[in-house]
Design a binder for this molecule. Structure first.
Ligand SMILES: C[S@@+](CC[C@H](N)C(=O)[O-])C[C@H]1O[C@@H](n2cnc3c(N)ncnc32)[C@H](O)[C@@H]1O
Length: 288
């Protein structure tokens, strides 16, 4: 029984980090004319209304995207992500005075991909939750090269590799409702890498219990995977109490300039979204 709904969390600080990286990776892929395949193992609904009861109930976006949407001191590496969010909210932007840190729409990972992918690129989007699958299918209706499936995203990723174009980006973004997701996600990337070593893989994780993140790291380090970058933004110090104190990404085969871009972005997010306890790390865990 799946209970996680991303609508409660859309636009929070974890989405800001994940989606700004996704935006940079996808934009980099479009620098070559040749098409590529984007695979999203855990897609969610595609697009979120921030005025709806879910987002309003938690208000998480107010401590995330809302804190930077009106900023005029953005680092260059965040400009494209920021512009993408603004372009989805044209009314708020044109009526600048009425735009009181509020946004109507926030894109999920398919929403970001839809803005960046071109005619020659395709998207394979997996979503198991029946309600979110319907929303995602509706969202993708006019997107000719998007293929939505209500099936397991881990198996879905493996079934599609290597992509015919031999160019691909895979996002693995599980809800971690089940503790087994931590290892399953890493092992799926290790298997995927055996089939397609030149792809870029982005794995999102929450920092809830530090030992689970350390185990993920060790599984990667003991694998054949090369060129692994880890980035983490923690709002608070680690704790054994319940709750997400930070967020991170493992990125296999990142675009060459991503590390430098993150060195630009993370101090800014620390300042804008954080507090005195907030810290970050950007580590090349495994060399090329
Ligand atoms: C964190 S959300 C995804 C958010 C989305 N990637 C984004 O960035 O906007 C995780 C989603 O995975 C779905 N899900 C859970 N287990 C799944 C599985 N095994 N395969 C595919 N989807 C799954 C959940 O229903 C949920 O919508």
């Amino acid at each position: 029984m799946l209970s996680y709904r991303h609508a409660f969390h859309a636009g929070n600080f974890a989405d800001v980090l994940k989606h700004s990286v996704l935006t940079l990776v996808l934009e980099y892929m479009t620098r070559k004319d040749k098409g590529f395949t984007y695979i999203d193992s855990h897609s969610g609904a595609g697009m979120y209304q921030l005025a709806d009861e879910y987002a309003q109930k938690t208000g998480e976006y107010k401590d995330g995207i809302a804190k930077i949407i009106n900023a005029d001191d953005l680092p260059e590496a965040l400009a494209f992500y920021h512009q993408l969010i603004l372009s989805l909210n044209p009314d708020e932007v044109s009526e600048k005075n009425a735009f009181e840190n509020e946004l109507s729409l926030y894109p999920g990972s398919p929403g970001i991909a839809k803005e960046i992918l071109r005619r020659q690129d395709s998207a394979h989007l997996f979503e198991l939750h029946s309600t979110d699958n319907v929303l995602l299918t509706e969202f993708c209706q006019r997107w000719r090269k998007a293929f939505v499936k209500q099936s397991d995203g881990y198996q879905g990723v493996l079934s599609l590799l290597p992509p015919p174009s031999r160019r691909g980006v895979v996002l693995i973004d599980p809800p971690y409702e089940l503790k087994e997701d931590y290892q399953k996600a890493v092992k799926t990337i290790i298997k995927a890498y055996e089939k397609f070593a030149t792809g870029t893989y982005i794995l999102w994780y929450p920092v809830v219990k530090r030992s689970l993140v350390d185990e993920m790291k060790n599984t990667f380090i003991n694998s054949q995977v090369k060129n692994l970058l880890q980035v983490e933004l923690c709002l608070q110090a680690d704790t054994d109490e319940y709750g997400m104190t930070g967020t991170g990404l493992f990125i296999v085969k990142p675009p060459w300039q991503l590390k430098g871009q993150l060195e630009n972005i993370l101090p800014y997010l620390q300042k804008k979204l954080g507090n005195a306890e907030t810290h970050y790390c950007i580590d090349q865990l495994i060399e090329e």
